[in-house]
Design a protein around this ligand. Structure first.
Ligand SMILES: [Zn+2]
Length: 235
């Protein structure tokens, strides 16, 4: 939070916009990887039809790989949280006194004096012991975690939405300048989505836009150079 900002009920955008931010980052991935692949294959000297097929395959492969990766990662996270909660439930049942002391210690660590921490721990335990330990000890926030299938679908759609930009730019671009059109449009799209991600995260927009666009541009130009070298070396 900026110290110059007047204090008030400030908006914590980092939490609220988590989903949207993940979607924007997925779209960035789609733009960079598909544009890079297209200009890399085109740089090798491949014909229009080959690059078009490679571009379509890149959209499908990227979206599906994002979906699979997200499904695995969110599932693993959820399983780990469930295991933590199971362990916590057992501890609360078998060792309620030491669990109460543990909770009081956490609140002392947050700055409460011993007596108040003890009172807070007792009242939280009485109201919802497992919920209190989940929040204060494990750091789990209820409802913050998306379901694996939802997360997978969101990532795949976001990637595909971003990836369609460079693919369409290639398909509709002028005969002799398709790669240039792909690079320019992809860079502009990255700058826009970088600015959007920055705004969602409450970060400076221009810096975010430049960073995302420059990173993507470097990836595209490097892949194009590698494609040209591979085309020259391998034919
Ligand atoms: Zn505990």
């Amino acid at each position: 939070m900026s110290p110059t900002r007047r204090h008030g009920p400030e908006v914590h955008r980092a939490n609220r916009s988590g989903w949207l931010r993940a979607a924007v980052l997925g779209a960035n991935d789609g733009i960079v990887s598909t544009a890079s692949l297209i200009v890399g294959v085109a740089g090798s000297g491949a014909g229009y039809g080959t690059v078009r097929t490679a571009g379509i395959a890149a959209v499908a492969a990227g979206a599906l790989s994002m979906a699979a990766g997200e499904y695995v990662s969110v599932s693993a996270q959820r399983d780990a949280e469930r295991a933590d909660l199971r362990r916590e439930r057992t501890e609360l049942r078998d060792h309620p006194a030491s669990e109460l002391a543990e909770l009081a210690e956490i609140w002392r660590g947050r700055g409460l004096d011993a007596g108040l921490a003890q009172t807070v721990a007792e009242q939280l335990t009485e109201a919802d012991a497992l919920g209190a330990h989940a929040r204060d000890e494990l750091g789990l926030v209820d409802g913050a975690r998306p379901a694996p299938v939802q997360a997978a679908a969101t990532s795949a759609l976001a990637f595909a939405a971003g990836a369609l930009f460079p693919l369409i730019a290639f398909l509709l671009g002028p005969r002799d300048g398709r790669s240039a059109v792909v690079v320019v449009l992809a860079t502009l799209a990255l700058a826009a989505s970088g600015a959007a991600a920055g705004a969602l995260g409450g970060a400076p927009r221009t810096r975010a836009a430049v960073r995302v666009a420059a990173g993507g541009l470097a990836a595209m130009l490097l892949t194009m150079a590698i494609g040209e070298a591979a085309g020259a070396a391998l034919g």
